[in-house]
Design a protein around this ligand. Structure first.
Ligand code: R5P
Length: 228
């Protein structure tokens, strides 16, 4: 089974968490894209009354294409479940997210969800956050250099993220820049998440500590379920 097949398998399994009349937070990225397409099918075939609350332009466009009625956060009373991918998952189910630069809206929506369901393939499991991936940090553009320098205090080296199909830096859905920060060691993810957000000019960071409820892990032996 290749990685794409593992992503599809977890996306299929995630469908069983969605019931009629639910408001569903729609994450961003390749794994969630499989889920959104499948959810669109389920909504149409089973004639469900489900609303999706997108976390990015990507998930909004895909939800519309997939036939899922969408609403913004300020139009719904509550989010029953949010479904999203992750870049790393540690043994306590703390996450790094934001490879797709959608971390701020993702965190806003997933923090408020009754259940936050995370979909990953087994390659995303790590012993300690930061082992493979940098921590993305969304920053106000004018502050990027000052913040990159300040991150040295945290023993981190930060790089401004550049775009692939645009000249210059990545600009997020909120009009900000992304710094990718590599830390020597993240011992306490929750503490680091809070600390980073105290730096003026930081909008949000990609450590999602203590908010994942269930993680579905795609493995060649089948989908495994991890819970806090
Ligand atoms: O900003 C992007 C998100 O945090 C994604 O959910 C995360 O990067 C995982 O994406 P993928 O499923 O493509 O690996």
């Amino acid at each position: 089974m290749n990685v794409e097949e593992l992503k599809k398998a977890v996306a299929r399994e995630a469908l069983s968490f969605v019931e009629d009349d639910m408001v569903v937070g729609l994450g961003t990225g390749s794994t969630t894209s499989y889920f959104i397409r499948l959810l669109g099918k389920k909504v149409m075939e089973e004639e469900l009354e489900v609303y999706g609350v997108p976390t990015s332009h990507q998930s909004r466009i895909l939800a519309i294409e997939s036939g899922i009625p969408i609403a913004s956060l300020d139009e719904v009373d509550a989010i029953d479940i949010a479904v999203d991918g992750a870049d790393e998952v540690d043994p306590d189910l703390n996450l790094i997210k934001g490879r797709g630069a959608a971390l701020t809206m993702e965190k806003i929506i997933e923090y408020r969800a009754g259940t936050f369901l995370v979909l990953v393939d087994e390659g995303k499991l790590v012993e300690r956050l930061g082992q493979k991936m940098p921590v993305p940090i969304e920053v106000i553009p004018a502050a990027w250099r000052a913040i990159a320098e300040e991150l040295e205090v945290f023993n981190a080296t930060a790089e401004l993220r550049f775009a692939a199909k645009k000249d210059g830096p990545v600009v997020t859905d909120n009009g900000n820049f992304i710094l990718d920060a590599r830390f020597e060691r993240i011992d306490d993810p929750l503490d680091m998440e809070i600390e980073l957000n105290t730096i003026p000019g930081v909008v949000e960071n990609g450590i999602f500590a203590d908010i994942a409820d269930v993680v579905l892990v795609g493995t060649p032996e089948g989908v495994k379920r991890l819970e806090r």
